[in-house]
Design a protein around this ligand. Structure first.
Ligand code: FES
Ligand SMILES: [Fe+2]
Length: 366
């Protein structure tokens, strides 16, 4: 079981925040998405992963999806290769059958119920087209809410989803989105724009930064203009028209854009799910909701262009965060020199909420 150690079990030199940020694992005591709902078809099983733990997602023909450790108790082959029969999954090798609680209910060749061993069952929920598991202490699952996700199900919005894999620690992604001063990276897609920091809010488990953007030159991209309206570039700094709020509410991240009337015009929700045991690879699950304009078909027309535009931007982000991870490996640790106060707060939040991994080395400040 993955359980966050109580703070009082750490030695004085091992308080969160004194470790290399890239050696701090996600706190498992949250709901993490591990698959899109449509990938797990009725009567089938699906292989997913959380931080090196193989997870079998099983959807019976009738009844809700459930999650088991994806290793048969007999000879540890993946249960996700098995056969869904009724409410059970039957291992593909010798046919041991496990129910949704992970109990072995049949060892068919002995015709006995009492000899097989159970496998671990994970609390599992389905919401907004995603399947979530709770990888930590199951006793805590009921008390932790499954997150609200963008504007899924709201008919006033159109939502697209994406799920790229990244060769980097999840913390790089939180930093990338929160630090809007990196728009220089996107100059080929966005032209020359700069972020203006408007303010922040923070609490025990969240941090929010608010920005507006000013165009300094270059053409406004078509997809952006279709959604937000044409911004004229007359060489002057523009007044604040939209407010972009980036928020890490541990362990999730959101980006919301409100127009000058305060209406929510874009709502992005992202979860970063560690893949391997070292958590240096990340599966992203994101949903991006865009408010439909008065003439909804205009958004339908712009949809492919918007998809291409966001994809290109994301690919630039992907390349840069993977290069950051590469530098971390080559240098043997985190050498970042952070100067933006909101980013220092974000790093402290991620360190405080996460769990140092077994290999984590305390950082000695000189
Ligand atoms: S390995 Fe699963 S039943 Fe034998
Ligand atoms: Fe970016």
């Amino acid at each position: 079981m993955l359980v966050k150690a109580p703070a009082n079990q750490a030695t004085p030199t091992q308080q969160a925040g004194e470790y290399d940020l890239r050696q701090i694992d996600c706190d498992p005591n949250f709901w993490y998405p591990v698959a899109w709902s449509h990938k797990v078809r009725p009567g089938k099983a699906f292989a997913a992963r959380y931080a090196g733990h193989p997870i079998a997602l099983i959807r019976p023909e009738n009844g809700p999806v459930y999650a088991l450790e994806d290793r048969c108790a007999h000879r540890q082959v993946p249960l996700s290769k098995g056969l869904v029969e009724g409410d059970c999954i039957k291992c593909c090798y010798h046919g041991w059958a496990f129910d949704r609680a992970g109990k072995c209910v049949t060892v068919p060749y002995l015709n006995r119920e009492d000899v097989g061993r159970p496998v671990r069952a994970y609390p599992c929920r389905e919401k907004s087209g995603l399947i979530f598991i709770f990888p930590g202490d199951p006793a805590l699952a009921e008390s932790v809410p499954v997150p609200k996700i963008a504007q899924v199900g709201n008919p006033d919005y159109k939502t697209r989803h994406f799920s790229p894999r990244l060769k980097c620690h999840y913390t790089f992604m939180h930093e990338n989105l929160m630090d809007m001063n990196h728009q220089f990276l996107h100059r080929r897609q966005m032209g020359s724009i700069t972020a203006r920091f408007l303010g922040q809010s923070k609490g025990e488990n969240f941090l929010e930064a608010r920005y507006s953007f000013a165009r300094k030159g270059g053409n406004q991209p078509l997809a952006e203009a279709l959604i937000f309206g044409k911004h004229h570039d007359d060489g002057r700094e523009q007044p604040v028209e939209e407010v972009v709020s980036v928020r890490t509410t541990y362990p999730y991240q959101t980006l919301k854009i409100h127009d000058k009337d305060g209406d929510l015009i874009m709502d992005l929700w992202v979860a970063y799910v560690p893949l391997g045991a070292d958590q240096l690879g990340t599966q992203t699950f994101g949903l991006l909701s865009v408010k439909k304009p008065k003439w909804g078909f205009l958004l339908d027309l712009a949809w492919p262009a918007l998809g291409l535009f966001t994809h290109r931007i994301f690919e630039e982000d992907r390349e840069i965060v993977e290069l950051e991870q590469k530098a971390w490996r080559e240098l043997g640790g985190d050498r970042n020199i952070e100067v933006f106060p909101i980013m220092k707060s974000l790093r402290a939040l991620l360190a405080r909420e996460g769990v140092p991994n077994k290999a984590a080395k305390p950082v000695h400040k000189s």
